[in-house]
Design a protein around this ligand. Structure first.
Ligand code: NAP
Length: 285
């Protein structure tokens, strides 16, 4: 039994508001690329997809540790299809985030931001995930963030799905500062790359903070590469303290299929949040 097995519920993550969506999420979310796709990814080492039993162990452990946010996408190979049966009977434990816009077929990505495809994609995600609503849907950008927002139907289609109750909130996973800032102004939530080796998108976090929008971090460990540089004695703690130090951040989505890494990430996240809270209380007059 590890130290984490004995934690009481009060020692689990307290949940934080996801901007003004009304959703509340744990500071750490579980990313599920590695549940469904091991081709065309940029992780430091290759890997086999986990079995259903291994994936269920991971999901149950994440829930036991207080994680309530899970991130998937049609572009993550079989991630959505696998999560449906794995989450059966525990839908209410989770804030589910999926995406629209990117499809990954035969080893290649292609994009469709039209209204018909957006609706088709959401209906397909609902069926795959075995649920009648998605909590959050993000547009999976191809890099042309501003053009997608200004010149495609995707945001208006998502707004309509929100009115119909199929989704609770929507936003965009952006790749540019201008696109992230525009997404903050036009939607509920932005997913941003932000870690000690990639700080250029900080203005997006600042704008989200100003407007009270949700912020989810992707690649908080630089897709694992920060754990391989040898520059930090505890790279996970260092990266999470860096991430949570920005007051705009709602949650960091970390991808792992290794239960020991999941435990470590939760411990480091708790320690980072406690250290930041202590530093802030010391700053009070
Ligand atoms: P990440 O969370 O920065 O890093 C994940 C990598 O770090 C994995 O290879 C994982 O390997 C490793 N790792 C995790 N915890 C570790 C630990 N304690 N010690 C050592 N290594 C550790 O990067 P990401 O997976 O690219 O991004 C996270 C999530 O964000 C994704 O799963 C996805 O949900 C989302 N995302 C979204 C987009 C988008 O465009 N919307 C793009 C990228 C990612 P192990 O499995 O061995 O732990």
């Amino acid at each position: 039994m590890t130290d984490l097995d004995t934690k009481t519920p009060t020692q689990r993550f307290s949940q934080r508001p996801l901007g003004s969506t009304g959703l509340h999420v744990s500071a750490l979310g579980l990313g599920t690329v590695k549940l469904g796709r091991n081709q065309g990814v940029k992780y430091p080492t290759g890997f086999e997809l986990p079995s259903d039993a291994e994936a269920l162990t991971l999901i149950n452990r994440a829930h036991a540790l207080g994680i309530n946010l899970i991130d998937t996408a049609p572009a993550y190979g079989t991630s959505e299809q696998r999560l449906g049966p794995l989450l059966a009977g525990q839908r209410d434990n989770w804030v589910i985030c999926s995406k629209v816009g990117e499809e990954f077929d035969a080893g290649k990505s292609h994009y469709d931001f039209s209204a018909p495809h957006t609706r088709l994609s959401i209906e397909r995600s609902l069926a795959r995930l075995g649920t009648d609503h998605l909590d959050l849907v993000l547009v999976h950008s191809d890099g042309n963030d501003v053009d997608i927002i200004e010149n495609t139907e995707v945001f208006s289609a998502l707004e309509q799905c929100k009115r119909e109750g199929k989704i609770r909130a929507f936003g965009m996973s952006t790749k540019t500062v201008a696109g992230g800032i525009l997404a903050a102004r036009e939607s509920d939530c932005v997913m941003v790359t932000y870690n000690p080796a990639h700080t250029t998108e900080q203005p997006v976090l600042d704008e989200c903070r100003r407007l009270n929008r949700g912020v989810l971090l992707k690649k908080a460990l630089a897709s694992g590469h920060l754990c391989h540089t040898g520059e930090q004695s505890n790279p996970v703690r260092y990266s999470l303290e860096f991430a949570f130090a920005h007051p705009g951040v709602s949650a960091a989505i970390i991808g792992t299929i290794n239960p020991a890494h999941l435990d470590d990430n939760v411990q480091q996240a708790r320690a980072a949040l406690a250290a930041l809270a202590q530093a802030q209380s010391g700053e009070q007059p």
